[in-house]
Design a protein around this ligand. Structure first.
Ligand code: ADP
Length: 854
């Protein structure tokens, strides 16, 4: 061994500061170099230096090197190991990083640090004189029994290992040929010891001390091995191999890296991994790949980046539920009860879900369209998906697809990439641990697209029953059978779902709720849930229905119930504080009765002193239970109402009309405003508009121009050519969401008719419908959501295309009662219904003229 040749180290050594691992003379270790000083040292001594001397370094253990060389040198460990740099590997990109292979020669002690920059150099004193270790009788006598005892233990330890392994046999021979004095260092770095213990051995400069300290470590290792052998004897054949393999791996490392506990655990893990692969029920193809990979892993040094990669891969492979599934317990009647218990209203959705489940029960396979729930946020799409899993007794996993724009997100990265990982589908399966979960693909309408491929295309493969029984994730690189997974998708709109994906799904619309439905949902589901979450009981808080209605109309404006749920949460939090305070006070008021001492009373008085006057008055009266949430309490907790009815205010001028729009977030009322000014006949449109809406505006203007005479519509100078010397500006305020769609046609026409006639549109009318150039009104979609929005906004009359009359059946009875509906086939009818007293010329010709000429 190189460490045993007589050597004298230079009197000045460059210092390499390490903090991971301790290098002992006679052993070798790898250390990574990335701090500024160490990098400098490697560059100027090892990469540029040519003499053998320049490869000798002073390794100072347990001393973290500051990241930048601007910082002062930390306090250095007194004793270090002079080492020979055997190998330097590394690169300068992306940032400089080297790994050194160093072999310890002998101990030294720092006498004086001569310079600190660019790397520290110190005057040193050599402590071990290797040539002084002759195998003489003299030293043997001096150390006497100690060294003899140590030798015996060392032999005992080695003999417990498997002698048929060449490395073990070699170690046995080394024990005899090496001078005894070198043994403590070498054995300490081989057996299981902590860094702290190694540091103690390094600091033990006197041989006697070193022997004394190492013997207990050897004994510990021997006892450990004995125990291990005893316990493993009882295990099966497989496990016996563990004993054999473990020491082998350990010994093979003698001339190589420094051993520590981690590595030992790693070896254990690999054996466990191998066993898991053998016992796992993965298909043959996957099994073959695993066997091949574990063979490679065993041969790989742990410092290789690929080692971790391969190990992670194998761990995933054994963890995947190749054959593990839950048993479906499908009882349609129970499913109906469960769905009804968990969700109020949404009859259409529940009916369709039950049909779907019934077919599954009868046909016992999952081929068929994927259900896709489409509706505004907060209407319970996810929560129905969760209930489906519950009724089937399956695991549930939600995969959020919003913003996913890389197909590797679905299908995984190839393992050649650093940081590669499986896609979300395989990850999900690993999480749930069974191969037949319910996967909820949330927000499929928000899938993105990028240079990294189209995730929708990858999703197609996942969802296609013909293909998904051998879905190949790039990371796994073997097929996984997804045919048992039940996929349910959710989306806010179908417009942005890629058509090929849409084709494989059965769309079930989930419309928004009416106010009455929301009140019921709040009282049946949301409030009890919030009370439970906040540790409250109905005896402590009472929220009457009028309050809920107030929250719905004045604090939220949404199709679903998510904000409502949040507001209820805020109320519960506020009440929880009061209740907790009340309990505290009651407890404090109770205490004097329990402990009748005067001291107690004094204590209470003292306690209450710092509180404000109102608090102290409160203190006497704990709040009366239940705490009633009325409008005043609501204002205290939630602040002033956020939404007030503003409709009538905004309709106080001609040129404004209320339309109804459908957005992915549900129905909305939409004000359309128009104004005219001198100009050259241009039309300006502002607000978030889709292209179709712009076309509707042009259509409306053309129709009005062609009918100007009929309705006596004139521009500011009295001409029937409405655009002569006139510019028109149309604006769609409060339109942060693009409201694409032709359904604003009637509203624009009405708004412009109001502008050119100078008459006000009725303030409680809302309308929707597409128009043609000839003034016909065509049907539009989303009637239910739109009507609900009109109802929410407190409007009274809704104008809809006649061909949409059938859609009114979907609207709950109470909403229909509150509203009056006008069905129109042409714009004449719309205008007649939108203006008080109708709009035809014959009814109020005078008014039209007089206003316009004014
Ligand atoms: P989405 O997925 O449609 O955005 P969620 O499923 O997350 O909405 O629903 C939001 C919350 O509203 C959940 O707590 C859910 O339980 C509740 N919720 C929605 N609709 C109903 C309903 N009809 N009955 C009971 N709770 C409901």
């Amino acid at each position: 061994m190189s460490s045993l040749s007589p050597i004298q180290i230079p009197s000045r050594l460059p210092l390499l500061l390490t903090h991971e691992g301790v290098l002992l003379p006679g052993s070798t270790m790898r250390t990574s170099v990335d701090s500024a000083r160490n990098l400098q040292l490697v560059r100027s001594r090892l990469l540029k230096g040519t003499s053998l001397q320049s490869t000798i370094l002073g390794v100072i253990p347990n001393t973290p090197d500051p990241a930048s060389d601007a910082q002062d040198l930390p306090p250095l460990h007194r004793i270090g190991t002079a080492a020979l740099a055997v190998q330097v590997v590394g690169s300068n990109w992306p940032k400089p990083h080297y790994t050194l292979l160093i072999t310890g020669l002998c101990r030294f002690q720092i006498v004086q640090v001569i310079k600190e920059k660019p790397y520290p150099v110190a005057k040193v004193e050599q402590l071990d004189w290797l040539e002084e270790f002759p195998n003489t009788c003299k030293t043997r006598e001096e150390l006497g029994e100690l060294s003899e005892q140590f030798y015996k233990y060392a032999v005992q330890l080695v003999e417990m290992l498997d002698m048929s392994v060449p490395a073990v046999a070699k170690l046995r021979r080394l024990l005899d040929s090496l001078p005894r004095e070198a043994l403590p260092d070498i054995l300490t770095s081989i057996i299981r010891t902590s860094n702290k213990e190694k540091l103690q051995i390094l600091d033990a400069v006197s041989l006697e001390e070193r022997f004394k300290m190492t013997i207990p470590l050897l004994v510990r290792q021997i006892e450990g091995l004995k125990l291990l052998q005893k316990t493993r004897k009882h295990k099966q054949d497989d496990d016996k191999r563990v004993i054999a393999i473990r020491p082998i791996r350990r010994i093979t490392h003698i001339p190589g890296t420094l051993e520590d506990e981690d590595e030992d655990e790693d070896n254990d893990d690999i054996v466990m991994l191998e066993k898991k692969i053998r016992t796992s029920s993965m298909p043959d193809q996957a099994h073959k790949v695993c066997v091949k990979e574990i063979k490679r892993l065993k041969k790989m040094p742990q410092s290789m980046p690929e080692y971790a990669l391969t190990r992670n891969y194998l761990e995933l492979m054994v963890e995947l539920p190749w054959n593990k599934s839950t048993t479906d317990r499908l009882d349609i009647r129970a499913a109906r009860i469960l769905l009804d218990n968990d969700h109020y209203a949404m009859e259409k959705l529940k009916k369709r879900v039950l049909e779907y489940l019934a077919v599954r029960q009868l046909k016992n396979n999952l081929k068929g369209p994927i259900l896709c729930f489409v509706g505004p946020p907060g209407v319970g799409k996810t929560s129905v998906g969760r209930s489906v899993a519950k009724t089937l007794g399956r695991e549930f996993h939600r995969i959020a697809l919003g913003g996913v724009c890389d197909q590797s997100d679905i299908r995984g990265h190839r393992r050649t990439y650093v940081g590669s990982m499986p896609g979300r589908i395989i990850n999900g399966l690993k999480t749930v641990g069974v191969n037949n979960p319910v996967f909820l693909l949330d927000e499929v309408d928000k899938l993105g697209k990028s240079l990294q491929g189209d995730p929708a295309a990858a999703l197609l493969e996942v969802l296609d029953p013909e293909q998904n029984h051998n879905f190949t994730d790039h990371y796994l690189n073997v097929a996984f059978d997804l045919s048992q997974v039940l996929f349910i998708a959710t989306a806010n709109t179908t417009a942005t779902i890629p058509p090929a994906l849409l084709d494989r799904m059965e769309i079930i619309q989930v419309p928004g709720y009416t106010q009455e439905e929301k009140i019921e949902i709040a009282h049946r589901h949301l409030i009890p849930k919030q009370l439970e979450q906040h540790g409250l009981t109905p005896q402590q808080i009472q929220i009457p229905q009028v309050t809920t209605l107030d929250i719905i109309t004045r604090y939220t404006r949404e199709a679903g119930v998510r904000s409502l749920d949040r507001k209820l949460g805020a109320i519960c939090r506020a009440v929880a504080v009061k209740v907790a305070e009340g309990q505290h006070r009651e407890a404090r008021l109770d205490r004097p009765d329990v402990a009748e001492g005067e001291g107690y009373r004094e204590h209470i008085v003292e306690d209450t002193k710092p509180e404000s006057i109102s608090d102290t008055t409160d203190l006497a009266l704990p709040p009366e239970m239940p705490i009633l949430i009325d409008f005043h309490a609501l204002k205290d907790i939630l602040g002033p109402p956020m939404y007030e009815m503003e409709v009538s205010e905004r309709l106080s001028q001609p040129g404004v009309a209320i339309g109804l729009a459908w957005t992915p977030l549900g129905g909305e009322i939409m004000f359309v405003e128009a104004s005219r000014m001198d100009g050259e006949g241009q039309l300006t449109l502002t607000g978030q508009l889709g292209d179709v809406m712009k076309e509707s505006a042009h259509l409306a203007i053309s129709w009005l121009r062609s009918n100007a005479k009929k309705y006596h519509l004139t521009n500011a100078s009295g001409s029937f050519d409405l655009l002569e010397n006139t510019d028109i500006h149309l604006h769609f305020p409060a339109g942060a969401v693009t409201k694409d769609g032709p359904s604003a046609g009637v509203t624009i026409a009405t708004c412009l008719a109001s502008l050119f006639s100078g008459r006000l549109v009725c303030s409680d009318v809302a309308m929707t419908g597409e128009i043609t150039l000839r003034g016909l009104v065509l049907p539009v979609g989303g009637i239910k959501d739109k009507v609900l929005a009109a109802h929410r906004a407190g409007l009274k009359r809704v104008i809809i295309p006649q061909r949409n009359e059938k859609d009114l059946e979907e609207i709950p009875g109470n909403v229909r009662q509150d509203l009056s509906f006008v069905t129109a086939t042409c714009l004449d009818e719309v205008l007649n219904a939108a203006f008080d007293g109708g709009f035809t010329v014959s009814t109020r010709p005078g008014l039209l003229n007089s206003k316009l000429l004014a």
